[in-house]
Design a protein around this ligand. Structure first.
Ligand code: MN
Length: 287
């Protein structure tokens, strides 16, 4: 299934360029009182909602995708986990360019040494919301990445079982201000995590470890790679992340960006695509 959130947090099933409004199924989710459990209730409930979504879609009117405002397919992730320098050729470009690494040692070693990082969940937006550049005087880069959405609570998961904890995949843009500060500071600005255009469930994406991914800015090709070149693959990343954190339904794992990172400025238009997921168009604006 391709599942999107659109307009005023409506839930959509996407098929052949059309969105079917299946928001009614969210009434099946348990009603909660404070303190609400951490994580995303819809992602946690997805296995139980599957049949209801298909039934609701068969009765719903079809809306063309360009007519809806696409939000993040995950509304309430408890954390966004980032994988730094997880492609060998990106590591080479980081090492070679002081404007990317800023003499920060944690930026010029492979992921095994530097570990993972977290981004603020308040940085998350969907494709139609766009990126708002907060500090126009600073270099701000695009990073296109495969994003993995965790489906159920996971702690100390072995790589052999890791993919059974995945609810789905989407495109992630890990927008980054270059500079000497901590990654979590520079990458957590509002709108600097773009997720979309929708979540694709694993049954429709059985080979996440061999997907072409790319991004263009104003039609110019910037990054073009394949997830088969990840240093730590998806099972290894889930194993690594869950050896430090308990992963919760809706948590997002950004798997790392390939070579070709480069600056964006207000007025730019990004087209990001990943095989088997689709394409999203993201505008860059001024604050
Ligand atoms: Mn990144």
């Amino acid at each position: 299934m391709h599942l999107c959130q659109f307009d005023d947090h409506r839930l959509g099933l996407v098929e052949n360029g059309l969105v079917r409004d299946v928001t009614v199924v969210l009434d099946e989710l348990p009603s909660r009182r404070y303190p609400f459990p951490m994580g995303d209730a819809f992602i946690a409930g997805l296995p139980m909602l599957r049949e209801r979504i298909l039934a609701a879609a068969s009765l719903a009117a079809a809306i063309p995708v360009p007519s809806v405002r696409l939000l993040s397919p995950v509304a309430n992730p408890s954390k966004i986990i980032g994988a730094p320098v997880n492609y060998q050729r990106h590591l080479a470009e980081v090492v070679a360019d002081p404007n990317i690494h800023h003499q920060n040692k944690a930026h010029i070693q492979a992921i095994h040494q530097s570990g993972l990082f977290l981004k603020a969940t308040s940085s998350v937006v969907g494709a139609s919301q766009g990126v708002v550049i907060r500090h126009v005087e600073r270099r701000t880069d695009h990073e296109v990445e495969l994003a993995v959405i965790i489906g159920k609570r996971a702690t100390s998961v072995a790589r052999e079982q890791a993919l059974s904890f995945v609810a789905g995949y989407c495109i992630g843009l890990d927008i980054t201000v270059r500079g000497p500060e901590e990654r979590s500071f520079r990458k957590s600005i509002d709108t600097y995590t773009v997720l979309g255009p929708w979540l694709v469930t694993p049954d429709e994406l059985p080979y996440p470890s061999a997907l072409g991914l790319s991004i263009t800015v104003n039609g110019e090709s910037r990054q073009k790679a394949n997830t088969r070149d990840l240093i730590l693959g998806i099972p290894e990343l889930i194993e690594f992340a869950s050896s430090f954190y308990t992963l919760l339904p809706g948590d997002v794992l950004l798997t790392g960006t390939p070579e070709g990172v480069g600056p964006i400025v207000p007025g730019d238009v990004m087209h990001a695509r990943i095989d088997g997921i689709g394409e999203m168009v993201v505008q860059v604006r001024e604050a």
